[in-house]
Design a protein around this ligand. Structure first.
Ligand code: ZN
Length: 226
């Protein structure tokens, strides 16, 4: 049975994957004013700047006028999950993934070049697909991870002088469980495409984890800049 919804889409869309189950939800199209139907389906999340992220089972509205929009819950959490997937990609990270991560940690190209002792031109080349050597791959991941940890530490301690023992301990556990340096030794030094599939259960699980330290904690304003 169709029902009305007035919720706005979080994100506009260009591409969808395949239809899934469920009755349609209808609402007015913001583009043409007609009625559009929303259904749960898989969705290629190209708004992230990545063409290899598929969100499973999200509500997508398709209008006869061509307008397509997905309702994406917990966008900041989603961006954290994508970042974690990229940091732990088993093969060399690709240009668009480098760009995603740099934006995720809210660094300009100049700022990031300064961190890794490189140039803005090199950053731009890598982000546009130039092949990176294995040691650069590791350097980039370590730099991104360090930025994430710095922000997480700041969030875990927070302002004021209240007792933050619990959040700091939870944060330390996260860093330990992420175990990046062990992972870095296992990366295969080949270029490879990887599809990141994210299901609603994963988003829900991450959303429910101890707020401050979820995925090494990145602030939602950081994530939404992606
Ligand atoms: Zn329309």
């Amino acid at each position: 049975m169709a029902k009305e919804t007035t919720e706005k889409p979080v994100i506009g869309a260009r591409q969808t994957v395949r239809f899934e189950h469920s009755d349609p939800v209808t609402r007015l199209c913001q583009a043409c004013g007609g009625t559009q139907e929303g259904r749960h389906q898989n969705y290629s999340y190209t708004e992230s700047g990545l063409d290899n992220v598929v969100l499973l089972d999200v509500l997508v509205f398709n209008c006869k006028c061509g307008e397509i929009a997905a309702q994406i819950p917990a966008v900041s959490v989603l961006h954290q999950i994508i970042a974690a997937e990229i940091l732990k990609k088993p093969t060399l990270i690709a240009g668009e993934e480098i760009r995603y991560m740099r934006k995720f940690v809210a660094c300009s190209a100049v700022e990031f070049a300064g961190i890794i002792g490189s140039s803005k031109i090199s950053i731009s080349r890598w982000e546009n697909g130039a092949r990176i050597p294995p040691n650069t791959d590791r350097l980039l991941r370590l730099a991104f991870f360090t930025k994430i940890v710095e922000r997480a530490a700041e969030a875990a301690i927070g302002p004021g002088d209240t007792d933050h023992t619990a959040t700091v301990v939870a944060f330390a556990r996260k860093v330990r469980s992420f175990n990046l340096t062990s992972f870095l030794r296992t990366i295969k030094d080949v270029q490879d495409r990887m599809t990141i599939k994210i299901d609603p259960a994963t988003v829900k699980r991450f959303s429910q984890e101890d707020g401050v330290t979820s995925t090494l904690q990145l602030s939602s304003d950081t994530a939404s800049r992606v």
